[in-house]
Design a protein around this ligand. Structure first.
Ligand code: NAD
Length: 440
């Protein structure tokens, strides 16, 4: 049974550490954010992720899972050290690897025997080798020579369904030059291996590329259907029927074909930019990926135009905003489409009454620049009170079953912008709304 350290206790690190402890391993999750670790030690989960609390409680109870700020002790005790720190976007579209590098140096400072160092964070091609070099340099500086291997093991979980995704992956990618490390990784993921999850064993560069290619492809798929939706609006076609029909084609598949306000989140925007940046740096430009990035930016602005056009201008108008997080079942606001859209609407003179079931605290920080222009409301009905229109920005389940008569009676005008296509036009018009979807 391997002992595990996970460095970085965010969305990925916390889910990885918790699920591995649920597989029966002893896991220490480390973070340099003391407040986060204190919360976890007091039973408070710092992120909104359905199902996570219960598994954290179960495994801390059985003492298989602990939380600490002591990276030295965690590395010394572990056989396998996961790096799951953030890799945020840098100003120029490349990736800020400072957290990953400082993590590698710390690991190099504390290694006391053979370890497998596993890169879970999404990092540009070549980073795993750089990590190995940094660790080696630290060992040399210490005058010690311990064996270690670095493995690229990208993560594909989706926020909102992270626990399920981690425990039921479509595949596990293991990129390493070391057979010894690959065998240990199969041991770590033994539960999945026994369930016949496909394992892709490859070299580190290919593993790093798989993650970017996967996210870029999905981002392209979303952007494709958004562009088709825009054309549907012009020619009188219905994008939902188009998506349903093309999705039935096994070569295309039904997922990631929901037209909407543009993708956001902590992965697609930064990973598409990083891949495009890699392409430029290596003289192999990725025109499709570059177009995806700009088309996605345009999509958000088109949503602002849609609202302006529908209302005959937004100056002096009040909008009831339902949903702020980048998607349902998360409190993550990183690069949410709502950020661009609400800032533009506020700039144009709209007053915003906003509600999100999980992201209010995060949103208050993100929209701190909109003081006096945004009011955070207690629920969806409070948000639409006296508003000139409703705008659905996130597809939370609770917005799928709104009491539409109540919504209508609370609104000043029965105007409904459904930027997630939760409702059907014919139904909403029957209910007496002036309805605007995306591509309907
Ligand atoms: P996050 O920002 O939620 O968490 C990162 C954590 O690392 C933070 O708690 C931070 O305090 C901690 N940290 C930073 N430097 C540290 C250090 N030197 N020592 C200890 N802790 C440190 O990030 P995330 O969303 O979990 O993403 C982590 C990585 O996984 C990124 O590379 C991301 O691209 C990738 N990824 C994310 C998702 C997702 O859905 N969020 C999915 C797949 C892959």
């Amino acid at each position: 049974m391997y002992k595990i350290a996970v460095i970085g206790t965010g969305y990925v690190g916390l889910v990885t550490g918790t699920c591995l402890s649920d597989f029966g391993m002893e896991v220490t999750c480390v973070d340099n954010d003391k407040t986060k670790i204190d919360s976890l030690n007091n039973g408070i989960i710092p992120i909104y992720e359905p199902g996570l609390q219960l598994i954290v409680e179960r495994n801390t109870y059985y003492k298989r899972l602990k939380f600490s700020t002591d990276i030295k002790a965690a590395v010394e005790e572990a056989d396998v050290v996961f790096i799951a720190v953030g890799t945020p976007p840098a100003e120029d579209g490349s990736v800020d690897l400072s957290c990953v590098y400082s993590c590698a140096e710390e690991i190099g400072s504390f290694i006391n025997g053979y370890k497998v160092v596993v890169m879970k964070s999404t990092v540009p091609v070549g980073t795993n080798r750089k990590i190995a070099e940094l660790i080696r340099k630290k060992l040399e500086a210490r005058g010690v020579s311990y064996d270690f291997d670095v493995v690229s093991n990208p993560e594909f979980l989706r926020e909102g369904t992270a626990v399920y995704d981690f425990t039921h992956p479509d595949r596990v990618v293991i990129g390493s030059d070391s057979d010894r490390a690959k065998e240990i990784m199969k041991g770590v993921y033994r539960v999945l291996y026994l369930n016949e999850t496909p394992f892709v064993e490859t070299d580190p560069e290919t593993a790093e590329m798989i993650k970017y290619a996967s996210n870029a492809f999905l981002a392209m798929k979303v952007t494709f259907i958004n562009e088709i939706a825009n054309l549907c609006e012009k020619v009188g076609a219905d994008v939902q029927d188009v998506a349903r029909a093309i999705g039935r084609d096994g070569r295309i598949g039904p997922k990631f074909l929901h037209a909407g306000p543009g993708f956001g989140g902590s992965c697609f925007p930064k990973d598409t930019r990083a891949l495009a940046d890699m392409g430029k740096k290596h003289g192999a430009r990725l025109m499709l990926v570059e177009s995806t990035i700009s088309a996605n930016e345009r999509q958000k602005l088109l949503m602002v135009e849609k609202i302006e056009k529908g209302l005959g201008g937004v100056e002096g108008k009040t909008l009831g905003i339902l949903g702020l997080a980048f998607k349902q079942n998360t409190n993550d606001m990183r690069e949410a489409a709502s950020i661009t859209i609400l800032n533009r609407l506020a700039e144009k003179g709209a007053f915003l009454r906003a509600y999100d079931p999980a992201a209010m605290e995060e949103a208050a920080k993100v929209f701190s620049n909109l003081k006096g222009k945004i009011l955070f409301c207690s629920d969806e009905y409070d948000a639409v009170k006296g508003a000139d229109a409703v705008v659905i920005l996130t597809e939370w389940n609770q917005f799928r079953n709104l009491d539409l008569n109540r919504i209508k009676s609370l609104l000043k005008e029965p105007c409904f912008f459904d930027l997630r296509n939760i409702y059907r036009r014919s139904f909403m018009e029957q209910k007496g709304f002036v309805y605007f979807g995306v591509g309907q």
